[in-house]
Design a protein around this ligand. Sequence first.
Ligand code: AMP
Length: 426
Amino acid sequence: MSKSYFQAPRGTRDILPDESGKWQLILNAFANLATRFGYGQVISPIFEDVGVFQRIGENTEIVSKEMFTFQDKDPKTPQNLALRPELTASICRVFAQHRPTTPWKVWYEGPQFRYEKPQAGRYRQFVQVGAEIIGENDPAADVEIISLAWRFYELIGLKNVSLLLNTLGDSETRATYNRELFSYLSENADNLSPESKNTLTKNPLRVLDSKREGDLQVINNAPTIQDFLNSEDKDHFDSVCDGLNSVNIPFSITPRLVRGLDYYTRTTFEFVADELKTAQNAIGGGGRYDGLVEELGGPPTQGIGFALGVDRILLACESERLELGTRKPLDAFVVDLTGGTHATQIADELRHSGLGVDRSFGGRSMKAQMKVADRSGALYAIIVGDDELEKNEVTLRDLRGDGTQVRVSRSNLKSTLLDSMKRRDS
Ligand code: AMP
């Protein structure tokens, strides 16, 4: 095959049938589960004013380095826009704009865009599903959000998922800890890698994310947030832990889990797929962001949520050898040897009654059409030849069973097919 002129842009992928069937399954499972938990879907624009995302934090890498930004075409005052790198900021913008009653429980799905260095499990366009509860400080909300994600992984059959849990305290606690951490890391800067030294000047918390061998000793001896928590922070965190225990969701408290985004306060969490051997083994994460709505022009409002990476969830399913359902086979394929008009009519009638039906085009030979019918995976072929046409009948051939065929009158075709589908299903 000669190479086509264009390829999908670097860091993006084309998802073809049947792979897309797995995506559909995952997305539907999430939509159904979130609905059962009492969440409604928000569909917001894929791009926003760049300011919406800048509120995530200027020192957050996805804002400072990875955003796809552009201007619109207004000749006088062009607006600076960005493709969304994540959805929590958009959802908070939506909340600040529409002021729905709280607690506002919502879910979302869709592509996100980050100008990252592509590698296995890390793309420039990737899909997230997520959920948020806005306007609620009760630790039970944290427990509900975490259990929605956990039950979702269970629902699709993933077995080896670990939940890492931490608290970053309220914004004051976090600021104090940030200062202490900065002075500790500065004192030990000689033993840090050049990359971490650079991160230190911008965002000391992110140094804790470093997986570089040389940094680990300094990181392991660093002060942890636990020593700085006030009594409300502690109570909140204890209630979250108790709540998770009460619904039997296992977790590991991970004091150095800081996560990439600047807006988190108190509860933070991450889901790791233990079977994923790539560096990118986080299949979801989230936390509380009690200041973000206000940053976006809304009233002071607490919030908590998560985003799960669908691309990586599928990789995790693969590494656990999970059979995600494949596409449902077509019910019938119409082979029309009389020109094609009958295929159009029969397909239309049967599709209308809910059956999955395909047909061939171009008036090809019986042999050629039967080959396509076979390849389509359909359960039956409906054959219309001159003889059938004369008697106002069709031939119904079983393609998956023993290959038997019967003549059926046109008027009985629909009910015969529906009956045999019912028999197959039972
Ligand atoms: P974040 O929005 O950074 O908290 O990421 C939440 C989840 O989205 C991660 O745990 C990953 O599963 C997924 N994710 C984040 N960045 C990427 C990426 N570049 N490619 C694929 N998945 C990603």
